[in-house]
Design a protein around this ligand. Structure first.
Ligand SMILES: NC(=O)c1ccc[n+]([C@@H]2O[C@H](COP(=O)([O-])OP(=O)(O)OC[C@H]3O[C@@H](n4cnc5c(N)ncnc54)[C@H](O)[C@@H]3O)[C@@H](O)[C@H]2O)c1
Length: 342
């Protein structure tokens, strides 16, 4: 049985509590939060822009502590799941790796690419497995996209456009020194996925808006793939509070267009195939992708790797650090108005 300890019981910690429930061969054994109210399972005052977070913890089976280091060094924990604000990932991740634990660490892996590389170097030498929580790589409709691009199922990609837009989250996110602004905290999801599917771009060209966080809170980037597809992404916290959070992509292949919009709950992923010769184009079809959401997906996969001894390979700490490096190039491009080569 893999004993799981979660550090940080805010919005993401609560999502991870739900995620770990019912995953074969795992059991939640310990939780930690420096806020004593949260460590005691009182989630009042938490923020959230999605459904599904746990509402309580059964403390008859789980140990609660206000000291994350107690959790990291406890024999009651095999896998440390880090869900604290981004600037605290570095020290906790390094300590958990040093303690020989398996680690799942929320994104962004660290506040800077340099710190993320420190984690990656330590993770490479760690006794346990390390997985950055780049949940999109595990989201069924996004894993589908990666698969059809790789297989060339619908021909080559001509152009791909990704969008992730929401209102400002509250609290520490408003301080860009901590969160990095929307460009790091939110848009990184798309940057990382583009990196995952299309590889490291040759460069980036970005436009953006410096918002209330003091960092870039709206960004539009073209990822340059010389001789390859036209790839763009928009990430924003500039939305009105009353407009629901949205994530979407449109990918034009040689033979079809894939259109994903998370807000279309009945048919989030539509496939429109192009006409062959003079024939009528086939009817559009909804693509059904089986599997849990990306949070439960990333946890199920890591648990399976620990059970079987197979090294996790969907996302490494080095890849997560490289995705932050791309975001830092995007920041530079906004600031200079120039293409930044990678
Ligand atoms: N994967 C995703 O889709 C996604 C979505 C939102 C947030 N995140 C990431 O998850 C992380 C946490 O964000 P959140 O929205 O849950 O934040 P939050 O503010 O809702 O919760 C953070 C919790 O951590 C606790 N905490 C703070 N410092 C701590 C420390 N040093 N040790 C132990 N506990 C500590 C706080 O008391 C709080 O309960 C961030 O890195 C964020 O970028 C990921």
């Amino acid at each position: 049985m893999i004993k799981v300890g979660i550090i940080g019981l805010g919005m993401m910690g609560q999502m991870h509590l739900t995620g770990w429930a019912g995953i074969r061969g795992t059991r939640l054994s310990m939780v930690a939060d420096t806020d004593p109210k949260r460590a005691a399972g009182d989630f009042s005052g938490s923020w959230s822009n999605m459904e599904g977070g746990a509402k309580s913890i059964d403390f008859s089976k789980v140990i609660g502590t206000g000291d994350p280091m107690e959790l990291i060094h406890s024999d009651e924990v095999d896998l440390v799941d880090i869900c604290v604000p981004t600037p605290f990932h570095l020290d906790l991740a390094l300590a958990a790796i040093k303690a020989g634990k398996h680690v799942l660490c929320e994104k962004p892996l660290a506040r800077t690419a340099a710190d993320a590389r420190r984690i990656a170097r330590a993770a490479d030498k760690g006794a346990g497995f390390f997985q950055p929580a780049m949940c999109l790589r595990f989201w069924p409709e996004w894993a589908w996209l990666k698969k059809v691009v790789e297989k060339g199922t619908h021909g080559k990609v001509i152009a791909a456009e990704f969008k992730r837009v929401g209102a400002f989250p509250p609290g520490w996110f408003l301080n860009g020194k901590l969160s990095g602004g929307a460009i790091l905290d939110l848009h990184l999801h798309d940057t990382d996925f583009i990196h995952h599917v299309f590889g490291m771009p040759n460069g980036v060209s970005s436009g953006g808006w410096t918002g209330p966080s003091g960092c870039i809170d709206h960004v539009n980037t073209r990822y340059i793939y010389e001789g390859g597809p036209v790839v763009t992404a928009e990430g924003s916290w500039a939305s009105a509070e009353t407009k629901p959070f949205s994530m979407s992509y449109i990918v034009h292949f040689e033979h079809a267009t894939a259109d994903y919009d998370a807000s279309r709950s009945d048919a989030p992923l539509m496939l429109y195939r192009k006409a062959k010769g003079n024939r009528k184009p086939p009817e559009p079809k909804a693509v059904k992708c089986a599997g849990p959401d990306g949070y439960k997906g990333e946890m199920t996969y890591l648990a399976k790797c620990i059970r079987t001894g197979e090294t996790p390979s969907v996302v490494s700490a080095t890849e997560a650090a490289d995705s932050i490096r791309i975001v830092e190039a995007e920041v530079k491009s906004v600031e200079t108005g120039r293409i930044v080569r990678l």
